[in-house]
Design a binder for this molecule. Structure first.
Ligand SMILES: *[C@@H]1O[C@H](CO)[C@@H](O)[C@H](O)[C@H]1NC(C)=O
Ligand SMILES: *[C@@H]1O[C@H](CO)[C@@H](O)[C@H](O)[C@H]1NC(C)=O
Ligand SMILES: [Ca+2]
Length: 249
């Protein structure tokens, strides 16, 4: 039990950090923290976050009870939250002052808002490696649909793609068959109920299919998620790492 003085100090410290952080609702996070360590206060936790770029650290959770400071990347909060698992932990989302003045629900040029995320589909079908670097050149990563809404956004993008499919930022972990991690840095991605009929099939003997695309209707393939080899060519769907706005359609 912390003495009243310590509680007051924490409140002051949190208020001092308020200008550089937005306090969001209590959350729980599916993904692992990028970094976890012990810190004396919320302010020192915030300073550790600020020692990184906004892409590397988009916010933190400080637990005064055990002095645990956890840094997160890529606005990991959001649809990863399972509301029935909410805790009283306070996620402090880092303010990004250089964010373009595009209004609350706007996105930078070329990107459109969907389910709170900024997305951009590229025109050319390329392999997964090239898709990743093309998104990175835009300050983004391949899209990682975690919620039903985000999955619908990705499926809608696939429906308008020339190839009727888009690459996602899901990669099957080499040592863990069936576990897919997200390019958003927020850990394992829930995959239940997303796969197209007969997927994932790992491509059969001798073929490693460890990347995931979203197929729309209107092809010979079943609609839904498919595993494919990294060398397959599909259109990239990029997602901005920062600037998640939970209240925006
Ligand atoms: C949320 O968490 C509860 C409790 O762990 C679990 O029963 C439920 O299936 C989860 N819901 C989703 C959508 O993950
Ligand atoms: C992807 O394409 C690039 C450029 O054509 C090539 O250099 C690279 O080897 C390819 N990677 C895979 C995994 O196919
Ligand atoms: Ca497959």
């Amino acid at each position: 039990m912390a003495p009243p003085g310590a509680v007051l100090l924490l409140l002051l410290a949190t208020a001092a950090a308020a200008g550089r952080y937005r306090r969001l609702h209590p959350v729980s996070l599916h993904g692992p923290a990028v970094k976890t360590f012990s810190a004396a206060s919320a302010v020192s936790c915030g300073l550790r976050c600020e020692a990184h770029t906004p892409q590397q650290c988009s916010g933190f959770i400080y637990a005064p009870d055990d002095s645990t400071c956890r840094l997160f990347s890529g606005d990991c909060r959001g649809p990863a939250v399972n509301s029935s698992q909410q805790t009283t932990e306070r996620y402090m989302a880092r303010s990004v002052p250089s964010e373009p003045a595009v209004g609350r629900c706007g996105c930078p040029a070329g990107f459109h808002r969907c389910a709170g995320r900024c997305l951009r589909q590229l025109d050319l079908a390329v392999n997964h490696t090239t898709a990743e670097s093309q998104c990175a050149a835009l300050g983004a990563h391949l899209a990682v649909p975690r919620s039903d809404e985000e999955n619908q956004c990705a499926a809608a993008a696939a429906a308008t793609a020339g190839t009727r499919a888009v690459w996602t930022g899901l990669i099957e972990l080499p040592a863990m068959e069936g576990v897919y991690t997200g390019a958003d840095g927020c850990g394992a991605v829930p995959v239940q109920g997303r796969w197209a009929s007969l997927q994932p099939d790992d491509g059969g003997p001798g073929v490693a299919e460890d990347r995931v695309l979203i197929m729309s209707t209107g092809t010979v393939h079943a609609a839904g998620w498919h595993d494919n080899p990294a060398g397959a060519r599909w259109q990239p769907l990029c997602q901005l790492a920062l600037g998640y706005r939970p209240g925006c359609p």
